[in-house]
Every structure is written in structure tokens, then in C-alpha cells.
Design a protein. Structure first.
Ligand SMILES: [Zn+2]
Length: 501
């Protein structure tokens, strides 16, 4: 049975129902590590942010980072979880070369936060994702495998280890199984990861840069035949590091598992790797069970017993959460659910909000970000926020259009100039000479020429066929290379032809 055979998505969904599960790791943005005082700066020279504790030298003892515990509780509260009044860290035992202790300090049966939910919008509907637990642990170091073709350990000549990341506080957010998403499973997975990332940003607990690994998703997928209520064996695709990849990984696993099941095969419970280039997954290792880790309570750390009054004060001080904020902005901007969802999916809401804050009407701000700029971002294959243009500059262009200095066509050229690095909107307008022709004398000269060149159309208008004026206005716009004010040109043409509407 080939692991490369895929069943077309539609056919797979006709025969099977997917059940999802998502485990997300978020590196907290604390100044120091989870159990020692080492700094956590990303990108420092290898093995320069280490000490006896995070290198696990004999006799060193951990101390829990209070800021990390506070951040984890805030995440739990934002995800509607219950916060444990008393819980402990646990040792998760396994040998791994990038974890010098040979165990990871994590939490097992006593997580800090449990039983919450996160609502997400998909296809105009609200989907409630139940959260099983949010717990705190430490990140591992980073291995780099050298000399092989794939960068994986197989085929490598040797491996090097950087312990700077070892001991950075890591929050793991685990959903309950998510049935019932049907053909929207890939979109639901993506919407959940997107929403979770925004919650983290709003809380200010992590920079959640998926490309730098400060947020990583493990995607669980299983299939059950239509009509069955017995869940199938799941696979876990590890460390998927972009929102788009989360969606693709789910889709590809559904297509792969469906092909195997339809062929009478069995799904192996295992971890899998996602490949950005092909959009497919390949087999990793067979999945450990909890008993393989021989968890036991961490004897070197005191239990965590957050004062309920402190937890209540953290809850009261939570910022406006992204979904609530979106509902508020949707009201203020007067847009439909689907338009709002489209802006959300395009990561445009903050940009539109900032553009409105800079003075643009919401409808105009939305039009440019979701139209011309989304098109250009799409062409360049980058997110909207990566475009070399600011909300202030968009607001300036909106103001120029509203003031009659630009029409939409010219405004698009101004945006193009700004994106090309030609300077601010005002600099582009003057350098490219994009100002609308509002010199009446110049406009009049252009119109005279157009009337002379289009005597037939002019005659029709004179004879009462006002509709024919469109061709004449078009001629003026062409002759002025788009810089005439079309409305004013129309007025002047009718006036010159002695016709009134
Ligand atoms: Zn350290």
C-alpha cells in the first residue's frame, strides 16, 4: 500500500467523516527561562544563553518563573478554562539529545487550566472548539542535522545542538476531539489556529511567530466511515508552522487516510511530518503512549496554588478579546458577517482599523485593503501586513480621492508607486504627475478636441441621445490619460453641446 496514494477530497468526504484534534505549543515571551534566569532572546549565538540549571548540571535546582505562570493563567482565562487551585509540575521522562536533563518538566494529570472553549467563525457559522487543557512546560533545545540532503537525522553525518531554547517557557493548549466539522475540517483547523494566535497577541504573552517556531501546531486527524460513530485511529502531524500549512496538513491527511481505509488498510497511530513543498505528510515515529513517559510529580518544585483573588483580578484585567473586538468593529463599520470573516481570513482587520483611526471612512479603508492591496499581496505571495505601505498612507490616498484630487484609477497608480518605494502618496502624485486635471481651461481644450474627433457621437447627443455622452467622456478620460474628473467632463460636454438633462 503506497503512502503516496490520495483519494480526491470530495470523494473522501462522501465516504468518511473527519475528527480533528489540535495541540498547540506557544513559547511565552518572558524575559527569562522557565526554571532559571537565562535570557530568552531569539537568534542569539548558539549556546550563549545557558546556565547550570538549563544545562542540567549536577546539583542545580529549578525555580518556577512567576511571570510564566501568570501568563498561562491569563491564557486559560481567555480560553474560558477553570484554573486549578492547586497543581504540580511533572517529570516527563524520555531521552532526547536536545534535552540535557533526559526529562522535560511539564504537567501531566494536574494541568494549570482545564475545560475551556474557543469560538471561531467558519463560513458564516460559529464553531465552538472545546479546550481540554492548558499546561505549562519547558521547551527543548534545537538539534540541527548536518550533511544530509533533507535536514533530517536520517542520512545526516552529524548533529549539533543549541541549548538556548532549552528551558524557554512553553504553553501547550490541547483541544478535545472535534467531530462534526465535516468538509470544513481544514478551514476549522486553520480558523482555530488563527483565532488562538490572535488571542495570544491580544494578551501580549507571546510574539506567536509561527515561522520562528514560537507557535507550532500538532494536527490530529482521524476518519470514521459515514454512518459510524466509532472514531478511527488518529495520526499526529507535528510542528506545522504556518496557518496555511495547518489547513493543508488536515486536507492531505484526510485524502491519505481515506485512500488507505478504502483499500481495506489500517491507519497506524504515529507522528507525521508535513512538507511545505509538496503539501503532503510522511511517516515519523510511532506515537508514544502516556505510560511510555513514566510521569511522576516533579520533586524539585513546590506545587502551584494561585490565590483565587489574584486569579479573579487577572480575569478582570483581561484585554478585549479578538472575537469581541471583531463584533464591535463589525457594528461600527456596518459590514456583513461574511465581509468581516473575509477581512479576518485576510488578516486585514488590524490594518483596516488602523486606516480608519488615521481618518479614512471604514468602507474606503476596507475597499483598498481587501481589493487592490489584497490582489497585490496575493500576487507577491506575502501577507497584507508585509506590503510596503502603511495604514496612514492608505488614509492619505482615501483623503485625496474624497477631496477630488484623485479618482480610483489614479489612486491605484499612487498605491503602486508607494509599493514600489517611490515615497509617500504626495511624493508619488507629484513625481508621476497624477493630479486630476481640474484646470477648467485645460479640460475645455481636451473636450473641444474630443468633440471634433467624434462628431457623430456629438451629433447624437445634440439630437437628444444623452446616453451617447458616455463615449465622449471616455474619450476625454483617454486623452487625459485618466486624469480628468469624469463628472466635471460630462457636465462641460453637455454644456458645450447645449443639452440639459
Ligand atoms: Zn539557564
Amino acid at each position: 500500500m503506497s503512502t503516496h496514494t490520495l483519494m480526491p477530497y470530495d470523494e473522501a468526504l462522501e465516504r468518511f467523516e473527519p475528527v480533528l484534534g489540535l495541540e498547540t505549543h506557544v513559547e511565552l515571551g518572558t524575559a527569562s527561562k522557565m526554571f532559571c534566569g537565562c535570557p530568552t532572546t531569539f537568534g542569539a549565538a548558539p549556546n550563549t544563553q545557558v546556565c547550570p540549571v538549563c544545562l542540567a548540571l549536577p546539583g542545580s535546582l529549578p525555580t518556577a518563573n512567576a511571570a510564566a505562570i501568570e501568563s498561562t493563567i491569563r491564557i486559560g482565562l481567555a480560553l474560558n478554562c477553570s484554573i486549578a487551585e492547586w497543581c504540580r509540575f511533572a517529570r516527563k521522562n524520555y531521552f532526547y539529545p536536545d534535552m540535557p536533563k533526559n526529562y522535560q518538566i511539564s504537567q501531566y494529570d494536574e494541568p494549570l487550566c482545564s475545560d475551556g472553549y474557543l469560538d471561531v467563525e467558519v463560513d458564516g457559522k460559529t464553531v465552538r472548539i472545546e479546550i481540554e487543557r492548558v499546561h505549562l512546560e519547558e521547551d527543548t533545545g534545537k538539534s540541527t542535522h548536518m550533511g544530509g540532503a533533507t535536514g533530517r537525522i536520517h542520512g545526516a553525518d552529524y548533529s549539533i545542538v543549541d541549548y538556548n531554547r532549552a528551558g524557554i517557557p512553553l504553553v501547550e493548549i490541547v483541544t478535545k476531539p472535534i467531530p462534526g466539522t465535516d468538509r470544513l475540517a481544514p478551514e476549522v483547523a486553520r480558523a482555530y489556529a488563527t483565532e488562538l494566535r490572535e488571542v495570544m497577541r491580544a494578551l501580549g504573552v507571546s510574539d506567536v511567530r509561527m515561522e520562528e517556531g514560537s507557535m507550532r501546531c500538532d494536527v490530529n486527524v482521524s476518519l470514521m466511515p459515514r454512518g459510524s460513530s466509532e472514531w478511527g485511529t488518529r495520526t499526529e502531524t507535528k510542528n506545522v508552522n504556518s496557518l496555511r500549512s495547518v489547513e493543508r496538513a488536515v486536507r492531505s491527511e484526510i485524502e491519505r487516510q481515506a485512500a488507505i481505509l478504502a483499500d481495506g488498510g489500517r491507519i497506524v497511530q504515529e507522528t507525521r511530518h508535513f512538507h511545505e513543498d509538496t503539501g503532503s505528510t510522511t511517516s515519523g515515529r510511532s506515537k508514544e503512549e502516556a505510560q511510555d513517559y513514566r510521569y511522576f510529580p516533579e520533586p524539585d518544585l513546590v506545587p502551584i496554588a494561585p490565590d483565587p483573588a489574584w486569579v479573579a483580578s487577572l480575569k478582570a484585567a483581561l484585554p478585549e478579546l479578538p472575537r469581541v473586538k471583531r463584533k464591535r468593529l463589525q457594528q461600527e463599520w456596518g459590514v456583513s458577517d461574511l465581509d468581516m470573516e473575509a477581512m479576518h481570513n485576510a488578516d486585514a482587520i488590524d490594518l483596516v482599523e488602523a486606516t480608519v483611526a488615521a481618518g479614512a471612512p471604514p468602507a474606503d479603508a476596507r475597499k483598498w485593503w481587501m481589493g487592490e492591496l489584497a490582489r497585490r499581496a496575493n500576487e507577491a505571495g506575502v501577507p497584507l501586513s508585509a506590503l510596503e505601505i502603511t495604514p496612514d498612507q492608505i488614509a492619505r490616498v482615501c483623503a485625496m480621492v474624497a477631496g477630488g484630487a484623485l479618482n480610483d484609477k489614479l489612486a491605484r497608480q499612487v498605491l503602486e508607486g508607494v509599493l514600489n518605494g517611490e515615497g509617500s502618496p504626495d511624493q508619488v502624485v507629484s513625481a508621476r504627475g497624477l493630479q486630476i486635471v481640474n484646470d477648467e481651461g485645460e479640460l475645455s481644450t481636451i473636450i473641444d478636441q474630443v468633440l471634433a474627433d467624434n462628431a457623430d457621437a456629438a451629433e447624437k447627443v445634440r439630437g437628444g441621445k444623452i446616453a451617447a455622452v458616455g463615449a465622449l467622456v471616455g474619450g476625454v478620460m483617454k486623452a487625459s490619460r485618466g486624469k480628468a474628473d469624469a463628472g466635471r467632463a460630462r457636465e462641460l460636454i453637455l454644456e458645450k453641446l447645449g443639452v440639459s438633462e
